[in-house]
Design a protein around this ligand. Structure first.
Ligand code: NAD
Length: 484
């Protein structure tokens, strides 16, 4: 089979990288290279920045209704091509095709539609000074902005950034992860069909050092919206500090799941299993530290293990598969090394712990069993560092105070879920938990209007709804004094 050749999308055209450097794109379920992608650099970036600057005056002055029309058309095209996009996502990332269709691709279209509507409804503040003056706030687009996304929810997180950036009138240079470039490439074809003017969105492919870092450092890029690891977030903060760029950083997590004895037991077991192992545990919001009230610990651990052992693991392209491959060999090796570390730290495997060999097409794929580990205290590395794979740990607590202390004992602060029928307790804990997102008796239930993001090492700034519209605009106060 010949390799697919991915190209950059600059000024409405598909271009090879100027220096002719390419990277391999692997299919994680088979371990085979199936595409090549540009490893772009500063030269490609300069072209893209020029194209975006040229497009900016016209795009920023395009009426909201017209921008919304183009974005809605793009969402329509994503929906019309959902089968092809879902297959591409499953092949590129290793995730089950059903998940790709129902979550990734469905939500990619929803993100774009949401911000298409948002730009027709966006308004800003006015502050009257009694009998003296009126202030009004202009919210103007920033110019050319960078959107950098990770590999775990490739098209979903890519659109979550570019949609508000475009809806507010910015021109965008976007960089998908070099590990999962395919659906961003396919999206570039749809942008053209949707009638997005040339240069409004430019998509550059390549590694962090080769194109990500130059993108954040470029003096004509006014803001960076980044989702990825906390260490990369620190690098971006340092690299942009002198230029005082606007930054939105959505980073890693080590999310607690807090299960009380009075939870709705059967439903909680199912949802906690999903929250730990959806997308092979490769969602920043996955609950990887499961804290269980002591009185139900043994029963819950057994039920959770039984639930997880029923997952259908296999070829991501099969409709029935519930659990696919990890995204890459280096990532699989990292996850396996954390399982070994957890064992050395005194952990006991309740289930899983091994690389999984699958027969047939996927014999060389990067599969790891869903793994549950008990017997570790919260201070050990397996409970403090982000593994970002199909590994969760179980710990017990005796009361609400201890649950809260364990939940907050982390450098991260992204998300948390609480499972209890005592709603007063849930509200009490929600106020004290140090995470940007708290789910009560649910997980991953998303309303796109709500603020999305984390505190502590999980990032700064928020995405979603008005937060994203405000991030991608510059507020300017205009004060007008009356004459009397
Ligand atoms: P990563 O930080 O390695 O890479 C993310 C993106 O940044 C990629 O496109 C990469 O090429 C680019 N990049 C790498 N170095 C760069 C640099 N110096 N300057 C600019 N760009 C650079 O992260 P990853 O491994 O792709 O993704 C996994 C991480 O993402 C996990 O930590 C996960 O928790 C996090 N994540 C967070 C959220 C959230 O909303 N908070 C969502 C999804 C994933």
């Amino acid at each position: 089979m010949s390799l697919i050749r991915i190209q950059n999308y600059i000024n409405g055209e598909w271009l090879d990288p100027i220096d002719g450097q390419y990277l391999d794109d692997f299919e994680p379920a088979t371990g085979q290279v199936y595409a090549t992608i540009p490893n772009s650099n500063e030269k490609d970036l300069d072209l893209a920045v020029k194209a975006a600057q040229q497009a900016f005056p016209s795009w920023s002055n395009t009426p909201a209704e017209q921008k919304a029309k183009i974005l809605n058309k793009l969402a329509d095209l994503i929906e019309q091509n959902q089968d092809e996009l879902a297959e591409a996502e499953a092949r590129d990332n290793g995730k089950p095709i059903t998940l790709a269709k129902n979550v990734d691709i469905y939500r990619a279209a929803a993100n774009i539609r949401f911000f298409a509507q948002a730009c027709t409804q966006f308004s800003s503040e006015s502050h009257a000074m009694e009998n003296t003056a009126i202030n009004y706030t202009l919210r103007q687009p920033l110019g050319v902005v960078a959107c950098i996304s990770p590999w775990n929810l490739p098209l979903y997180l890519f659109t979550w950034k570019i949609a508000p950036a475009l809806a507010t009138g910015n021109c965008v240079i976007a960089k998908p992860s070099e590990v999962t470039p395919m659906t961003a490439y396919l999206l570039s074809k749809l942008c053209s069909q949707a009638g997005l003017p040339r240069g409004v969105l430019n998509i550059l492919h390549g590694t962090g050092p080769s194109i990500g870092a130059p993108l954040t450092e470029h003096p004509d890029i006014k803001a960076v919206s980044f989702t990825g690891g906390s260490n990369t977030g620190t690098l971006i903060k340092q690299a942009t500090a002198k230029q005082h760029k606007k930054l939105s950083l959505e980073l890693g997590g080590k999310n607690p799941t807090v299960v009380f004895a009075d939870c709705d037991f059967d439903r909680t077991v199912k949802e906690v299993a999903r929250s730990a192992f959806a997308n092979q545990g490769q969602i920043c919001l996955c609950g990887s530290r499961i804290l269980i009230e002591e009185s139900i610990y043994d029963r819950f651990a057994t039920a959770l293990r039984n639930e997880v052992e029923q997952l259908i693991i296999g070829d991501p392209l099969e409709e029935t598969t519930q659990f696919g491959a990890l995204v890459s060999k280096p990532h699989m090796d990292k996850v396996l090394s954390y399982i070994e570390l957890a064992k050395r730290e005194g952990g006991t495997l309740l289930t899983g712990g091994e690389q999984l060999k699958i027969k047939g097409r996927c014999a060389d794929g990067y599969f790891v069993q869903p793994t549950i580990i008990s017997g570790l205290n919260n201070q050990c590395r397996a409970n403090q560092e982000e593994i970002f794979g199909p590994v969760c740990t179980l710990q017990s607590f005796t009361n609400e105070k201890e649950a809260l202390q364990l939940a907050n004992d982390s450098e991260y602060g992204l998300a948390c879920s609480i499972w209890s029928q005592d709603i007063s307790r849930c509200h009490r804990l929600a106020q004290q938990i140090e995470t940007g997102i708290v789910w009560i008796n649910c997980w991953l239930l998303r309303d796109l209007r709500t603020p999305f993001g984390g505190m502590k090492a999980s990032g700064s700034g928020r995405e979603g709804g008005l937060e994203a519209m405000r991030f991608f605009t510059e507020p300017k106060n205009v004060c007008v004094q009356f004459k009397h």
